[in-house]
Design a binder for this molecule. Structure first.
Ligand code: TYM
Length: 330
C-alpha cells in the first residue's frame, strides 16, 4: 500500500485550485492507500499571521478537508505543529540543504520579489520543511498542483542525499501526483495564470463562497471581444475560462462552447452564466457541509486529537530511526 501525503497552508479558505490540485479523488484514494492530510501551520508563519488568524485558519482548513469528504477514521488528518518531530527532521535536512540550490527555487524568488522586506530564513528553507513533512511519513505519493513540482524535486534530492550520506536506503523518492494525470494548474479569474489566495480580489472561487458571490466573480472574469477568425487560438484569459469549465462542467457543455468559439459565435455572457451555475452545483455539497461542521467545535477537536495521535505514531517512529542513523545515542 502506498503512503500518500498532502498538505495545505492555513492562510484562508480553500479555493478550487486547492481542491483540484491537492484533494480531488481523495475519497477513493483514502481507502486504497495510507493517507496523511495535514495543515501546514508552520509553513504559514513565513508571513507572520496573528495568533487569532492562525487559529481560525487552521480550523477552517480542517473543516474544509472534512467537508470535501475526507474521513478522519480512514485517513490521518492532522495539524503540522501537533507533530513537532517535523521541526527536528527539518533541522536535520537543513544540514544538507545548500544556499545556492535554495536560492534557485522559483517560489523563493517569487516570494522574495513580492515581500522584499520579509525575506526570512524560513522562506529560504521552505523546501527543507516541506521535505520534512513528506519524509517524516516516508510517503511515496504527494498530491499537489503544478506549482509544487519543484518542491517535490527538492524533496527527492534531500532524501537521496540523506540516504547516500549515511549509506542507507531509508527514505523513498516521493513523486508529485495527481491521480495518474498531469499535474494541474487551475487558472484565476483575473486573466492571470493561477488561482491563488493572495492573487487579489476576484481571482479565486472559494469552496465556501455563496452562489451569489460565485455568480458575481465569474461574471466579472476577464474576457475579450470574442474571436474574429474561425478556429483561432484562444488568448490566455479565454483559455482560462475554458480550463475552469473543463474542471467543473460536463464534456457536452465544454464541447458546445468550443464549437461556438470556433464558429466566432460565442457569447461570453452565456458561457460565464453556465460556468457559474456549474461551479455552484459542483461546490454545493461542500458548502453545506462547511456550515454544519463549523458549528461543531467538539467534533473538530476530536478529529484534531485523533489525527495528532496517528501522526505522532508514524512520524515519531521515523524521527527516532533517523536519530539512530545519524548517530545520536539510542
Ligand atoms: P498551498 O497551501 O499554496 O496550496 C495547497 C495545495 O493546493 C495546490 N494549488 C493549486 N493546484 C492547482 N491549481 C491552482 N491554482 C492551485 N493553487 C494551489 C498546491 O499545489 C498545493 O498542492 N507548500 C505547500 C504546502 C505544503 C505541502 C507540504 C504540500 C507544505 N508541506 C508537503 C504537500 C506536501 C503550499 O504552500 O501549498
Amino acid at each position: 500500500m502506498d503512503i500518500v501525503l498532502s498538505g495545505i497552508r492555513p492562510t484562508g479558505n480553500l479555493h478550487l485550485g486547492n481542491y483540484f490540485g491537492a484533494l480531488r479523488n481523495f475519497t477513493k484514494m483514502q481507502h486504497e492507500n495510507t493517507c496523511y492530510f495535514f495543515i501546514a501551520d508552520y509553513h504559514s508563519l513565513t508571513t507572520h499571521p496573528t495568533p487569532e488568524h492562525l487559529q481560525d485558519n487552521v480550523k477552517q482548513v480542517l473543516v474544509e478537508y472534512l467537508a470535501a469528504g475526507l474521513d478522519p477514521e480512514v485517513a490521518t488528518i492532522y495539524v503540522q505543529s501537533d507533530l513537532p518531530q517535523t521541526a527536528e527532521l527539518y533541522l536535520f535536512l537543513n544540514m544538507n540543504a545548500y544556499k545556492g540550490e535554495l536560492e534557485r527555487v522559483t517560489t523563493f524568488k517569487e516570494k522574495a520579489k513580492k515581500q522584499p522586506n520579509n525575506i526570512n530564513a524560513g522562506l529560504l528553507t521552505y523546501p527543507a520543511l516541506m521535505a520534512a513533512d513528506i519524509l517524516i511519513h516516508r510517503a511515496h505519493k504527494v498530491p499537489v498542483g503544478k506549482d509544487q513540482e519543484q518542491h517535490l524535486e527538492m524533496t527527492r534530492t534531500f532524501a537521496n542525499r540523506f540516504n547516500r550520506l549515511y549509506k542507507v536506503d531509508y527514505f523513498p523518492e516521493p513523486v508529485a501526483y495527481n491521480f495518474g494525470e498531469e499535474l494541474i494548474k487551475i487558472p484565476g479569474l483575473d486573466g492571470s495564470g493561477k488561482m491563488g489566495k493572495s492573487e487579489g480580489e476576484g481571482n479565486a472561487i472559494f469552496l465556501a463562497d455563496e452562489p451569489a458571490v460565485i455568480r458575481k466573480k465569474v461574471m466579472r472574469a476577464v474576457s475579450d471581444a470574442g474571436p474574429t477568425e474561425k478556429n483561432s487560438v484562444k488568448p490566455e484569459p479565454i483559455r482560462n475560462l475554458f480550463l475552469l469549465m473543463q474542471a467543473v462542467s460536463s464534456a457536452d457543455t465544454v464541447a458546445y462552447f468550443e464549437e461556438k468559439y470556433n464558429a466566432c459565435e460565442i457569447r461570453y455572457g452565456d458561457m460565464k452564466k453556465q460556468l457559474a451555475e456549474d461551479i455552484i452545483i459542483f461546490t454545493e455539497p461542500i458548502r453545506e457541509r462547511v456550515k454544519e461542521l463549523s458549528a461543531d467545535e467538539a467534533y473538530i477537536k476530536k478529529v484534531m486529537e485523533m489525527g495528532k495521535e496517528k501522526a505522532i505514531a508514524s512520524g515519531g517512529k521515523t524521527v527516532k530511526e533517523v536519530r539512530e542513523i545519524i548517530g545520536f545515542r539510542p
